[in-house]
Design a protein around this ligand. Sequence first.
Ligand code: ZN
Length: 392
Amino acid sequence: MYNEQSATPEQRKIIHSLVKAGNPAKGCPHRFAWLEEFVDWPDGKTFGYFMPLIDTKRYVSMAEIESKRIAHPGYGIMVEACRQLAECLRELHIGGYCYRDISKKNFLLNPDSGDVMICDNDNIIIDRQDIGNIKGTTSFVAPEVILNTAKPSTVTDLHSLAVLFFHLLCGGHPLHGKKERETKVLDVISSRKLYGLDPVFIFDPKNRSNRLPDEKGYRHVAKQWKVLPVHIRNLFLKAFTSGLKNPSERVTDIEWKNALTQMQDLHHVCACGAENFWDPLLHQQSNCWHCSREVKYPPKLYAKGKSVQAMLVISGRRVSTLHFGDKSGYHAVGEMEENLQDQSFVMLRNKSKETWKATLGDQKADVIPNLSIPLVPGLVIKAGVNELLVYP
Ligand SMILES: [Zn+2]
């Protein structure tokens, strides 16, 4: 139910249209607690809507994680949550809608699986429809909305999404450095300056005016930033340098989704138990961020098609058409499995419809659909026009 001030005729119109339209996110409707029915309060002064009850035993808020009431679920889970959020936004945007208020308050997550539930859906409107007063949560809002030169839209959503991902992966705000540290009161005037007039990324390679202070409350952000693979850091750099003021240069939801899917392929747990990411763009891998020792990574599988993508050989991971740069949709091509006879190798099962031609030195073998082959370094698999190569 809305309080009387918020129960405006415009909001009434929005709720009616969202209930009538149904959830536009066709690929992941179960991740939205969508508005199901409009409800008029009997006194006629206010109204509201029915939505599904969220199981708060399974889903927790970011506030619960940040206050340490719930143990931090770990990087792997956070990456999965980000990937799902990118997918949900993508679906909403394709449906012609914008969310307007992306922030860490408007979704819940399952700390065991990374599954997300987007809760506050009454801010959603048809993209660029000039209705309602919702501008979003100040620290997540795009500069042009803060400055009142644009209304919330799918492109301003992209800025908020990048801010949210930075929170989830680095544990801080991308613009909270020296400038925010020196701000005595974060009021309307100082917020306008920090997020609208003069926003500077804390890791901006050219503009060093807003570096992270080397003190408690900021230091962990620099540490977490270094754990991120280079391709993810590059997306943040794009989002918070050129993308800050040029909306057309923002990182799109599909770019995030693909990059986060790739990040999952690089995830590896060090012998000490800390989560690290192997980085195909680095010649020299960083030591474990936790124990400072060299991380022993498993062999790597390179998928060569329209593009080249690398992943770690770990049982349970899948090779899909996306790994070959095929953007037409996700189809599993192969699945990595434990080798029950010899634990030192991981097997790759052919999940495609074509026979693979495998070569290892001077040995050759056909891998028919549903058969598997051990992924040993030096192995080359011809899968139609694509190739799979295993490196140590
Ligand atoms: Zn370690």
